[in-house]
Design a protein around this ligand. Structure first.
Ligand code: NAD
Ligand code: UDP
Length: 312
């Protein structure tokens, strides 16, 4: 049985990852400071004898025994990562430093949840792993983008200097059940607005694009990456199906039979114009491609938020 630490284990993706790793028969330790994570995301796992919950902020050092570390701790939505930008930066940089020291001390393999944001507002389209990005170093998204870039630097330097066993995944917009209701992301915002029949807030003219990956596909890719041989990444994980934000709003209105109208609001600063992953590397090295079509993943997400809103 492997002992696996998941930082950010009470978050949206972390909780799905804990669930998956437990199902595979591992001993799983969730490490989270509950900044955006919720106890209810992992409540159903609490009686599992192979599951442990540690309340801890990864900007502080820690010592536990483990074989693998998935570093998923970090607020991921612009509203949340901009709430305390200094702490976001520390979570990415000091957090990965502490986790790399932990990996070194106990000889564990470590996987970093990096992001498509390392490409910034990309000048190449679609983005592949060899593109170095187009990132504002001092804007309102920089605490997240540059923090994640710094974390990749530390991962690679520990690998080169100390031979630490590392893996880097670059996650593109991922959605699904247990997204935080208040994190202001486009999928949760639009689904909740549509279900409540209140106006759907499209920022800008809605011509910017995103490519949405369902959480189950993403977790599958992350686990495949951790278990891969002779491949450290970075590797893009995401769904290449690209859609404008306006088309996305229309899709959600249709799927929920909503009476919501679309209203246009100011575009946030530094909002990337286009985003689409080139996933050929993941296909080749991990034999991974997303299985969920957008409408199939959205169906499950709408169902989740519908039940969630009825429970509240
Ligand atoms: P989330 O906000 O739901 O989860 C993040 C978790 O990390 C939360 O449980 C939070 O409480 C915890 N956390 C934050 N700071 C911490 C700290 N200093 N110490 C300990 N715990 C801390 O976000 P998510 O969408 O599940 O994202 C998980 C990871 O995946 C993040 O690293 C994020 O950058 C990355 N990612 C996500 C997406 C996406 O579309 N969801 C895209 C790219 C990258
Ligand atoms: N967006 C929007 N309305 C919302 C929330 C987001 O139009 O209520 C837009 C946002 O400006 C961006 C896209 O949707 O262009 C995706 O935003 P999100 O915050 O989900 O992720 P990110 O910008 O990090 O990809």
């Amino acid at each position: 049985m492997k002992r696996i630490a998941v930082t950010g284990g009470a978050g949206f993706l972390g909780s799905h990852l804990c669930e998956r790793l437990l199902k595979e028969g591992n001993y799983v330790i969730s490490i989270d400071n509950f900044f955006t994570g919720l106890k209810e995301n992992i409540y159903h796992l609490k009686d599992n004898a192979n599951f442990e919950i540690i309340r801890h902020d990864i900007t502080e050092p820690m010592h536990i025994e483990c074989d693998e570390i998935y570093n998923f701790a970090c607020p991921a939505s612009p509203i949340h990562y901009q709430r305390n930008p200094v702490h976001t930066f520390k979570t990415s940089v000091l957090g990965i430093l502490n986790m790399l020291d932990l990996a070194r001390n106990c000889g564990a393999k470590i996987l970093q949840a990096s992001t498509s944001e390392v490409y910034g507002d990309p000048l190449e389209h679609p983005q592949n792993e060899s593109y170095w990005g187009h990132v504002n170093p001092n804007g309102i998204r920089s605490c997240y983008d540059e923090g994640k870039r710094g974390a990749e630097t530390l991962m690679m330097d520990y690998h080169r200097k100390y031979n630490t066993d590392i893996k880097i995944i670059r996650i593109f917009n991922t959605y699904g059940p247990r997204m935080n209701e208040n994190d202001g992301r486009v999928v949760s915002n639009f689904v909740i607005q549509a279900l409540k029949n209140i106006p759907i807030t499209v920022y800008g003219d809605g011509s910017q694009t995103r490519s949405f990956c369902y959480c189950e596909d993403l977790i599958d890719g992350a686990v495949k990456m951790m278990n891969s041989e002779n491949f450290i990444g970075p590797v893009n994980l995401g769904n290449p199906f690209e859609i404008t934000v306006l088309e996305f709003a229309e899709t959600i209105i249709k799927m929920t039979n909503s009476k919501s109208e679309i209203v246009f609001k100011d575009l946030p600063k530094d909002d990337p114009v286009k985003r689409q992953p080139d996933i050929r590397l993941a296909q080749e090295k991990l034999n991974w491609s997303p299985k969920y079509k957008l409408e199939d993943g959205l169906k499950k997400t709408i169902e989740y938020f519908d039940n969630y809103l009825k429970r509240k």
